[in-house]
Design a protein around this ligand. Structure first.
Ligand code: ZN
Length: 496
């Protein structure tokens, strides 16, 4: 007689396989697909996602879950998977099919409107779609249920276990410390170094990126690197992790630092236990934790003086004409040059979180009915002037710059900053545990750091909520202090 878990396993494998097909088709959509394939691909993806939803809400899964909960299986992977699947199953079951379809349709229309509104710099093209979508997302939050406030339910999609109140308190103490520091540094930093606008052959950039990813521990037998307009990483399956970067002849730092960032995500995916590949708990527990890995490799490692000293001679070999005369100090300053910009994705380590804070504040204001969608552009511009000190000349460089809201990704933005805060705090813990870590990085050797991350974070997958895992690593709750201390020390030495 098969155990309840043995009866559940084929259903889990089916969920994994449909999920893999969705992931592969999404990867292909962003990397390979010819433009004329778009409409059919969107339909095929929505068909498969519907299928996934049907399978996940299958009452038979609910029955097997109840049996497993009653039987108390002793295997820790099974216990964690029962908790995660219970959560996924209940959440999927609570949202009526009518609402799932209405949201999918509204997201498709809003995204389409966004692709037209941004080049036209005309928010009015997007506004009615966002109004509908935010309305539906409020319905979704109410269907899922919440205790503190509505936004909690959506935040929970991306950062399970974290509440709006906690995140709001974190942002508030972060911005209190960060705003004065950022403006003092920005005023002192001056214009961008000229070297960054020289020409760098994109093919040479890509070959360099491929070698750099492998040097950091990315396993090419279990993944690939390609190019796409928006760099990203997606796990197709445990043996197949895809990452992309983007090579712009006018911007060497873009390809190299997007690569280091995405490699951080990819190393996490490649570090998840293979035995859990088909299990609900075999995945990364939150977007904030995912982002902690990418930000740590990109910033604490990649933008450190030790690592930039390692990178420069290698880049000089590839680009002797452009970089031959560059001194290590000059290169380190170029890599860490802060600048007031209107655009989040091109902003630096210091101001990035102010861009995120702005989005988070607007999202919760919308969800608390303290702001109307029609007032978003004005509210955005006011907040940008207050936080960054620039006023967008048009909505294209203001409220229309990100696709997230038009894609229904509400509750997503704060995870970028949670990732930044976790990155700094985790790296401090690694520095305490690993004597001589910065000397490793000066040689380009991240292997001891990677082994530490595997041991303390990756191997747990979703055995516990991200918040709990974070506390286990840090010995206490996450605070913005390690990040603020890191930023203060680094940028004071650089510019003040
Ligand atoms: Zn990322």
């Amino acid at each position: 007689m098969p155990t309840p878990f043995e009866r559940l396993l084929p259903k889990l494998q089916e969920l994994t396989d449909i999920g893999s097909a969705c992931a592969l088709m999404s990867w292909d959509q962003a990397v390979m697909m010819p433009p004329a394939g778009a409409a059919q691909r969107a339909r095929a993806l929505s068909t498969l996602q519907g299928l996934l939803h049907d399978r996940l809400t299958d009452p038979a899964i609910g029955e097997l879950l109840a049996e497993l909960e009653a039987s108390g299986d002793e295997d820790l992977d099974v216990q964690a998977s029962v908790r995660v699947l219970r959560r996924d199953h209940d959440r999927a079951t609570k949202i009526p099919g009518r609402l799932v379809r209405a949201i999918a349709e509204a997201e498709g229309l809003a995204y389409q409107a966004w692709t037209e509104a941004r080049p036209a710099a005309d928010f009015r093209l997007l506004q009615p779609h966002l109004e509908r979508l935010f309305g539906l997302k409020k319905e979704e939050a109410d269907a899922l249920g919440w205790e503190g406030e509505r936004y909690d339910a959506l935040l929970d999609n991306f950062e399970p276990g974290m509440t709006t109140a906690e995140v709001e308190a974190m942002f508030s103490s972060l911005t209190q410390g960060l705003v004065p520091l950022a403006h003092e540094v920005l005023d002192a930093a001056g214009p961008a170094p000229e070297v960054l606008s020289r020409e760098f052959d994109p093919d040479i950039q890509m070959r360099f990126c491929d070698r750099l990813a492998q040097a950091l521990g990315f396993d090419n037998d279990r993944g690939r690197l390609d190019t796409s307009p928006h760099p990203f990483t997606i796990g197709i399956h445990s043996g197949d992790v895809r990452q992309t970067t983007k090579a712009d002849p006018k911007d060497l730092l873009l390809s190299v630092y997007a690569l280091i960032h995405e490699t951080g995500h990819a190393l996490y995916e490649q570090g998840l236990p293979e035995r859990m590949a088909d299990l609900p708990a075999g995945r990364v527990p939150s977007l904030g934790l995912h982002e902690s890995q990418s930000r740590m490799w990109e910033n604490q490692v990649g933008r450190s003086r030790a690592f930039t000293d390692f990178l420069l001679p290698l880049l000089k070999e590839q680009f002797p004409d452009q970089l031959g005369m560059m001194a290590p100090e000059e290169w380190y300053r170029a890599v860490n040059h802060p600048q007031r910009t209107l655009i989040r994705v091109t902003s630096d380590e210091l101001t990035y979180n102010l861009h995120v804070a702005l989005r988070f504040e607007l999202e919760i204001a919308l969800f608390r009915d303290a702001l109307e969608v029609s007032d978003l552009p004005e509210a955005w511009n006011d907040a940008m002037a207050e936080k960054i000190g620039l006023r967008p000349p048009s909505d294209a460089d203001g409220v229309l710059q990100d696709m997230h809201w038009a894609m229904g990704a509400i509750g997503y933005f704060p995870t970028y900053t949670l990732g930044t805060l976790y990155a700094a705090a985790f790296f401090d813990a690694a520095l305490r545990d690993l004597a001589g870590l910065m000397d490793d990085l000066r040689r380009g050797d991240g292997s001891r750091l990677l082994a530490w991350l595997r041991e303390h974070i990756h191997r747990y997958a979703f055995h516990m909520p991200a918040k709990e895992l974070g506390e286990q690593v840090l010995g206490g709750p996450l605070t913005p202090e390690p990040f603020l201390a890191y930023a203060r020390e680094k940028y004071t030495a650089l510019y003040l």
